[in-house]
Design a protein around this ligand. Structure first.
Ligand SMILES: CC(C)(COP(=O)([O-])OP(=O)([O-])OC[C@H]1O[C@@H](n2cnc3c(N)ncnc32)[C@H](O)[C@@H]1OP(=O)([O-])[O-])[C@@H](O)C(=O)NCCC(=O)NCCSC(=O)C[C@@](C)(O)CC(=O)[O-]
Ligand SMILES: NC(=O)C1=CN([C@@H]2O[C@H](COP(=O)(O)OP(=O)(O)OC[C@H]3O[C@@H](n4cnc5c(N)ncnc54)[C@H](OP(=O)(O)O)[C@@H]3O)[C@@H](O)[C@H]2O)C=CC1
Length: 571
């Protein structure tokens, strides 16, 4: 149905004021239509009679214990006819049906076309999911119609801009209406400029693949924002070297992380351990009494029921695998925290699908369960929460290094003693005084956000992904420094979300973690989490050193303060 609607849009559009006319005359249309109906009827008859014959023969063979692979000449002919009819019917449903009888008969009426238009505006436009596929289908199956269509003129576009401005064409429906995502973005952009009276000059629109974001990354695009990507490294982690891409507008950040990488490198590298991997989702359900809510809690946490629940949960995905269920209670409300592995994806869509399945399943045994929401904030997604800090969410990683005394002096311009003292008073005591939640660090979020933006992670998950405790201790008779970062909730993926976009995918490729791991699902996303933690270790070392050495303000004046006069920028 989706394809049918879009195909009708590829018919030539009328010039202004001119009614839309059918391209084909009705007689030819009806004759071709009736001949294809006859052929269709013939192949349908062949398919059903041959299938019946073969099933009958199969039954006979089973009854007489004849091996199934021993076939007679008539059976061989029947198999050939079956294959031929299946091939025909597949083509018939996939292409022929759309191109010939259906389009011809539908395109004979202006009213019908109007109906199709309305259909697109009211149904398709809000559901972009199947759109890219449908657009590809258009290109693949309708070359003839495409060549008949004149290229869009400025006049057509101006009309559409006018329609969007007046509200007669919803802005969100442009992609499905036009079947051309770039053109839709240009028209929407012009309409936005007219409606707001504000110029969008400076926001680029060309040079971006708008189809790649449709139904996956962003609705109603009008362009894209440019963020510079710098590199820090090599980061020597677990014996391998990584060049780390960082998308940021904070001058000094990449330089600082780069310095930390150097300090780690010349000290022999860092080591990381992936402690845990599990994405969580916690719906909230309500009962008539706390007693009933408790009964469900006991049922869900009973190890005897785990296998049944995991079968239901795991049905939703080839990669999501249920790990544990923990339920928190508040009166008669139950918050059920499901945790699962999600292969190489960050996993929020996947875990949510699995949870939905389990809730549907539970409803039959607990019909009085009132599902209030698929997310009850005990998950906890995109909020600073103790549950993530303590239990972990996504990947939990610890990363450590021993930095040599002379490296601290030469590269970091400070001393072991000064760093240990600053860490204790700033990252531990100062953060305790501030009542921080997972913020026992100097600037983990700086590095997390920059790598997340570069590699297509969900930037809002920076909140809990930046939870980090930085520890610094003197070792080797107080000559060297042991430094570590512990990060319990790094939510990263190498498939899904923004990871598939060209630029983000290139950054993942730079790290050698692009896409799904062929050897072991989850290996790429796990590695990415350790690289993030390793880069945070580098960032912590450098910034802490700059603060200990009293270098921070000067370095930011050098790298982070424009020499341009900003008072000259007017709106
Ligand atoms: C800026 C530095 C690195 C200079 O540090 P430096 O020691 O004067 O630099 P250097 O010229 O002696 O070079 C040392 C190494 O640093 C690197 N390096 C040096 N310069 C560059 C550069 N331009 N681009 C790339 N890498 C650079 C490079 O690796 C170099 O080694 P080399 O390769 O020469 O052998 C240092 O002063 C520094 O790290 N400052 C701290 C800046 C920082 O971390 N800012 C983060 C943001 S602060 C913030 O947002 C959070 C905050 C502060 O509010 C949180 C809190 O409350 O704590
Ligand atoms: N729904 C929600 O509540 C929330 C959603 N989000 C958004 O969710 C998106 C990310 O969701 P996420 O579930 O990570 O991604 P997707 O929704 O893109 O799911 C991943 C897809 O990749 C497939 N896949 C193929 N190979 C692998 C592999 N090796 N490992 C894992 N999956 C593989 C999965 O298959 P299969 O179909 O078999 O699972 C699945 O279809 C982001 O855009 C994020 O912003 C963020 C927060 C909340």
């Amino acid at each position: 149905m989706e394809v049918r609607r879009r195909l009708s849009k590829t018919l030539p559009s009328p010039t202004a004021g001119e009614p839309l006319k059918p391209k084909h005359d009705s007689s030819s249309s009806s004759s071709s239509s009736s001949s294809s109906y006859l052929t269709n009827a013939l192949f349908f008859s062949i398919f059903f009679s041959v299938a019946y014959f073969l099933l009958h023969r199969w039954r006979e063979k089973i009854r007489t214990s004849t091996p199934l692979h021993v076939v007679t000449l008539s059976e061989l002919a029947a198999i050939a006819s079956l294959i031929a009819s299946v091939i025909y019917l597949m083509a018939f449903f996939g292409i022929g049906f759309i191109l010939h009888p259906f389009i011809h008969s539908r395109s004979t009426s202006d009213d019908d076309l109007d109906l199709v238009d309305d259909d697109i505006a009211t149904h398709d436009a809000r559901a972009p999911g199947p759109c890219p596929a449908a657009l590809h289908d258009c290109a693949a199956v309708a070359p003839k119609i495409e060549t008949e269509k004149p290229p869009p003129s400025h006049h057509d576009d101006d009309e559409l801009v006018g329609a969007v401005v007046s509200g007669s064409t919803p802005s969100y429906s442009l992609e499905s209406k036009l079947g051309d995502c770039r053109r839709a973005a240009m028209i929407r952009r012009k309409a936005v400029e007219i409606v707001t009276g504000r110029s969008l000059e400076g926001l680029p629109v060309e040079g971006f693949d708008y189809e790649s974001i449709l139904g996956q990354c962003c609705e109603m695009p009008i362009g894209f924002v440019q963020i510079p990507v710098g590199v820090a490294g090599p980061l020597l982690l677990d014996g391998r070297e990584y060049t780390v891409p960082m998308a940021t507008t904070e001058g000094c950040l990449v330089a600082s992380t780069n310095r930390g990488c150097k300090a780690i490198y010349v000290s022999g590298g860092a080591t990381s351990i992936l402690l845990r991997d599990g994405m969580t989702r916690a719906p909230v359900v309500r009962f008539g009494s706390a007693k009933r809510a408790s009964q469900l809690k006991f049922y869900l946490e009973d190890p005897l029921n785990f296998d049944t629940l995991s079968v239901v949960f795991n049905k939703s995905s080839r990669f999501a695998r249920l790990q544990s269920i923990k339920a928190g209670i508040a009166g008669k409300n139950l918050y059920i925290r499901f945790s699962c592995t999600t292969g190489d994806a960050m996993g929020m869509n996947m875990v949510s699908k699995g949870v939905q399945n389990v809730l549907d399943f539970l409803q039959s045994d607990f019909p009085d369960m009132d599902i209030i929401g698929i997310s009850g904030n005990f998950c906890s997604d995109k909020k600073a929460a103790s549950v993530n800090w303590i239990e972990g969410r996504g990947k939990s990683v610890v990363c450590e290094a021993v930095i040599k005394e002379e490296v601290i002096k030469k590269v970091l311009k400070t001393s072991v003693e000064a760093l240990v003292e600053l860490n204790m008073l700033k990252n531990l005591t100062g953060s305790a005084l501030a009542g921080t939640l997972g913020g026992f660090n100097a600037h983990a979020s700086n590095i997390v956000s920059a790598i997340y933006l570069a590699t297509g992670q969900d930037p809002a998950q920076n909140v809990e992904s930046s939870h980090c405790i930085t520890m610094m201790e003197p070792v080797n008779h107080a000559k060297d420094l042991h430094v570590s970062v512990t990060m319990p909730s790094l939510e990263v993926g190498t498939v899904g979300g923004g990871t598939q976009l060209a630029s983000q995918s290139a950054c993942l490729n730079l790290l050698g973690v692009k896409g799904a791991s062929k050897e072991s699902p989850g290996a790429n996303s796990g590695l990415l989490a350790t690289i993030v933690a390793g880069s945070v270790l580098a960032g912590e070392l450098s910034l802490m050193s700059a603060i200990a050495a009293g270098q921070l303000v000067n370095s930011h004046m050098k790298y982070n303060r424009s020499s341009k006069d900003v008072t000259k920028i007017v709106s």
